[in-house]
Design a protein around this ligand. Structure first.
Ligand SMILES: [Zn+2]
Length: 101
């Protein structure tokens, strides 16, 4: 996936009058499983932030190991919340460990 695809899939950019918020997709914990995912705020930019600033903030988020990791099997960048065990993406987990899913 390229940066645009990763952004479309995992990052929500919300322009508010008071700030531009960058939200990252996170997985809900079992007690609140009605909807399996939610977005949590990862960065806040000033309200007048332009496309360039937002692009740079997204680039920084994608490089932040607290939020994104590379799958050790296929090499795809994946949101950490969606990885099965911090080293493998869900697709590879299904492929190599079908019983665990
Ligand atoms: Zn993978």
């Amino acid at each position: 996936m390229n940066q645009q695809e990763l952004t479309d899939k995992y990052i929500n950019i919300i322009r508010k009058p008071t700030a531009v918020e960058l939200l990252i997709m996170d997985r809900r914990k079992p007690p609140e499983l009605k909807c399996p995912f939610k977005f949590i705020q990862a960065r806040k930019l000033p309200p007048g932030a332009g496309d360039r600033e937002i692009f740079e903030a997204v680039t920084a988020l994608l490089a932040d190991r607290r939020f994104f990791r590379y799958c050790t099997m296929c090499g795809e960048l994946c949101a950490l919340a969606w990885m099965a065990n911090k080293t493998m993406c869900p697709d590879c987990t299904k492929k190599y460990f079908p019983i665990r899913m």
